[in-house]
Design a protein around this ligand. Sequence first.
Ligand code: ME8
Length: 644
Amino acid sequence: MKYYLTTPIYYVNAAPHIGHAYTTFAADLIRRFKRMQGYTVVLTSGTDEHGQKVEKAARAQGKSPKEFTDLISAEFRRTWEKLGIMPDRFRRTTDPRHHRMVQELFRRCKANGYVYKGSYTGQYCTSCELYVTENEPGAPCPDCGRPTETVTEENYFFKLSEFQDRLLELYERNPDFILPETRRNEVIAFVRQGLNDLSITRTSLKWGIPVPGEEKHVFYVWFDALMTYMSAVEGEKVDGEDLWPADLHLIGKEIVRFHAIYWPAFLMAADWPVPKQIFAHGWLLFQEDKMSKSKGNIVRATPIQEVTGVDALRFFLMREIVFGQDGNFSYEALVNRYNSDLANGLGNLASRTLSMIEQYRGGVVPDGREGADPQIAAQAGRTVAAYVAHFDRFEFSRGLELLWSLLGAVDKYLVEQAPWKLIKSESAEDQKRLDATLYTAAEVLRLAAALLAPVIPDSAAKIWSQLGMREPLESVRLQKLAWGQLEPGQKVHRGEPVFPRIKVDEATAKMRELEIQETARQNALLGKKPEAEASETISIDDFSKVELRVAEVVNAERVKGADKLLKLTMDAGEGRPRTLVAGIAEAYEPEELIGKKVVIVANLQPRKLRGIVSEGMVVAATPEKGKPVLVSPMADVPVGTRLT
Ligand code: ME8
C-alpha cells in the first residue's frame, strides 16, 4: 500500500529556517509512522524558484536567477540532509520535467474549456505574488500589509468561478479533506461567497515557465508551484499503485486557500485526480509574533541541533505545540522540555531499568511475564492503541502526553516495588517479584522506543539497541505491537545515557552564539549585507566630544503640520528646560513619553525645525523597516548623568 505525502515547495528567496524545518520534521515523522504501519511511503519536498521576488533577489546579488536558485536550493538540500529529514523526492520548479507537466496542465485545462484570455488591471502584491481584487490603488496587501502596485496585463484566466459547486461537494463528501476543522470551515465559508476567475499567466516577468505558444507569457507561480506535487512522481507506481493522487499535503495555515481551492480546481479542470487530504498546521511564534523572513525574527534549526541534538528539537516541536495551532518557540522552553521529559523522564527510566537488570540479573532480561503488573500491562495496551489513533489524526502532542503518563506510572510502580530492597531478600517469592518488576519496566521501555521511533528516531534506536532487541526497529509494525513481546533471556547493553542533562544557561547561550554565526553565513549566501557594518573607527577623544546625557521628558506635544515630529520639553539636569524636536510622532503618543528618561545628545548645535529651535537630539534605534525606538537607562539614574 502506498502513502504519498508532501511538504510545501519552499521559496528560495529566504534560506531554510526553523519554520520550514517544522513542516519537514512533521512530514518526516508521518513518513516514519506510516512506514511502521506497513505503507510504502514517498515524501516530496523541494524549492519554488520562479517569480518576481526571486528574479529581484538574484539581480541584487549580480547573479542570474539560475545561479542564484542553484545556490539556495542546494542550501535547503544540505539542511535537510544535516537534520536527517531528506525527502525521498526533492523537486525544483526549474526542473525541465516539471516544466513539461505545468504546460500539460495548462493544455488540458484549456482543451476542457476552463481557460480564456483577458486583460487584468488591478493591485498586485509582489511580495506575496498575489493579485488583490476589490482593492484601491496603493492599498495594502491583505496578507502582508505591504503596499500593492497597480498593474495592467494581458493574461490567461482560469475559470475558478465555475468550480464553486464541485469544490463544496468535494469538501462535503470528504469531511477530512481539509484539517484541522477550523481551516476547513474557513475554506468552506470563503468558497460559499463565490469565487473569482484567476489570472494564471504573467507578461510582466520573464523568470517563469513559458506558456506554450505564447512567447510573452509565463505561468503565475502558484499554477507552476502546486504542480510540483504531481510532477515529482510523474507516472510512478509503488506496490502496483499510482503514487498520484497524494494522500497528504502538509502545509502552513497561510497557504491553505491555494491548496484547498485553487489546486483541486486546477486538477478537476484537467481531469486529474485530486489529493486526498490537506493538513494546515499553525505558526511557530517567537515572543508571540509569527516568525517570518520579513520580520527578521527567525531562528534556524541547525544551531539547536549542534547543542542539544536533533531529537530534542523534534520532540519539543511535537510535544509542546498542538499540531494545527500556533505555538511559541524559545530556547529556554526547549531545554526545559528536554530536561524534564527526556533527561529526567524517559532517559532516567531507561538508565535505572537497564542498570538494575545489569546489577541484579547479570544483564539478562528475566522471565517476569507471569507476574508482570496487570495494571501497567493494561495501561500500556490502552496507550499503544490510543497513541496510534492520535497519530493517525495528527494529534502528536496528545499521543506523547499519554505515553508520558505511562512512563510516570512505571516510575511510581518502581518506587512501590522497590527492587533495591527485593534484591536483598532471600525468599523465592521476592525474587519472582523482582523478575516481574524488571520485566515490566523493560517491556514499557521497549513499547516506548517503538512508539517514539517516528518522533525521535536516533534516540529511540539507541534505547532499542540498549535493550538488546534483535529485530530491527524499522521492521516493527505498529498494528502488531503488544504487551509481552519482550523476550526473556536477551542481553541488555547499558551504554552512555541517551539524554544527558543539559544546563539551561550554557546551552541557550551557545545556541544564540551559533545562531548569529549561522545567520551571517546564510546572509552571505543570499548576498545580504549584515545589518550593522562596522564603519571607520574613531578615537576615544572623538567620542568624548559627543555629550550624551540622560534627560527626562517633562512635556510632549505634536508639531502642527508635521506628522512625524514631536516637540519635547526636557529636564537634562541643567536647572532650565530644554526644547527638542524629534521625528518620533509615528512611534509614540505624546502622553506616553511624559516622565520617561531617555538619552539625548546635549551638545549638538541648535537648529530650527518648523520654526522651533531644537537644542539637541533624542537617541533612538531605528530598525531598517521599522519605527524609531527610544533608548533609556536600564536602571534609574539622575537626570543630567553623562554617558561615557
Ligand atoms: O509559501 N511557522 O513557500 P515559503 C510554521 N513557495 N511554519 C512555517 C513558518 C512559521 N513561522 N514559516 C514558514 C511558500 N513555515 C510557497 C509554497 S507550495 C506549492 C508553494 C513553513 O518558503 C510552512 O510550511 O514561504 C509554510 O507554509 C511554508 O514554510 C512557507 O514556505
